[in-house]
Design a protein. Sequence first.
Length: 223
Amino acid sequence: DIIIEAHDLKKIYRNGQLRVDALSNINLAIKRGDMIAIMGPSGCGKTTLLNCLSGLDTIDEGDILIQGAHLGELSDQERTAFRARYMGFIFQDFNLLPVLSAVENVELPLLVSKVSARQARKRALEMLSRVGLADRARHRPAELSGGQRQRVTIARALINDPTIVWADEPTGNLDSETAAEIMDLLCQLNQENRQTFVIVTHALEVGQRAHQIITMRDGRILA
Ligand code: ADP
Ligand code: ADP
């Protein structure tokens, strides 16, 4: 059961005279429910690949299918709606709103998708409890440790029960012990929910736990 497919992707960045072939000849297939690690040295195209596969960025050539739907055939508006419905995002720098408490950050995607305030609060509190933060719901991001902030980000990414979770260096800003805890949590959530996780990472221990490793060099997939 293939959930993500890419055929002959090409992505070029142009800044005036400068041209960077960020992705070339990318072909891949990702099975539903798998945990995938995208690895490789800095600048090899990992973030670009993640952004193109998730539809955050556009490609120059090729074809991407998510659950059988051709991303390129959707309008910008349809792609945005598709992302909101089926995808969750976890980034390195958390992207939490500083003036909102943990529970308010987590419930935001539900309020946007018109779930009632009461129901949203209930689900957000349940989600925070699943990531081990039941007792920090009223804290603002500045009052939480780095690991706790990343747990809030994970709760927010999963609150809409996405089929695919994209994570770009989710442990990049954390000390190694906290990073290991966050990876344990992601693995546990992947096993419990059978959601597909695609994780850009430098961390070898993440690779060791993945079902499949996509290794990149200079915009291409090595193995
Ligand atoms: P990685 O995530 O593996 O560090 P990236 O996907 O961020 O690599 O970058 C791949 C290549 O594309 C790099 O050479 C980078 O400098 C270049 N690049 C990334 N984003 C842009 C951009 N917006 N404009 C021009 N070049 C870019
Ligand atoms: P960790 O060891 O996980 O990095 P910290 O040592 O940063 O955690 O924080 C320990 C505890 O203190 C955490 O439970 C956190 O919620 C709380 N805490 C950290 N910074 C603040 C702050 N500025 N205001 C209130 N509570 C804080």
